[in-house]
Design a protein. Sequence first.
Length: 284
Amino acid sequence: MTAINETSYFVLKNKPSAILVIGSTTSTVVDTAIAIGKIYLCEEKSGLPCEQCKNCMLIGKNEHPDFIHFDTSSITSENIKVNDISMLSSFFKLTSNQGGTRIFSLGILENVSLTIKNALLKTIEEPPKNLKVILHTKSKNAVPLTIKSRCQIIDLRKDIKIEIGASMKKFIELDEKLVPFLFKGENIKVSDAAKACQNYEIEDILDRVILWVHDALLVAFGQNPLFFKPHKDEYLNALDSVRSVQCLLEANYNILEMKKYVFNNLNKILFIENIFMEFKNGFK
Ligand SMILES: [Zn+2]
């Protein structure tokens, strides 16, 4: 039960009808969603979930008929399709299977389209009886004010040191997968690279690629790499195939521009492939 903190229990105790959860780097959206689902539906009603009752068990397996969690934080389930939307709206209209509360949980908001955000807004403006909507985000800034103002906000971010530690760990893991592909330079296999990184946030991938090119430019001008320090020789090799530094610079600019479109993106894998395609263009 580390997914929820004490302050949040205080908010959850009153079972508000719409909640916006700002997630911590140390726990996954699914774990948090399940923890909240149990708090809402536990039969013991003692505040903390008992972990023993039928509701706690079913939610733990994400099999409870009155608890739906859509996870858009990884690629496997991220494309919410039109039939999903109609499925959702029928879930919104349904009455609960057990005559009690129904929970719709969606994470993360950064990865859903404007259409879905608007549908959610309508629902939380006039919530159907007994329906609770739980929305997850990484950053409050990515959530439209209209949605934010109608939700109780739970902030699960721990102290700054823990968050930084967890995010450094995440970047080390991402670098292990991503960096070997980048050193292939113009020979990078776009779809393989995209597949290897698909479970990471697009923003994080963009940041690392931009830093990689930054270092490549430093090396091209006879300096040492700043972020990927131990890789100077590999940079020199990769730069062999760069025909013009201007081209690499332009690619970096285009990759930087892609940051503007991260939040309304629906097809994650296609977006990641585009990052690598742009990267590859830098070597033309
Ligand atoms: Zn329980």
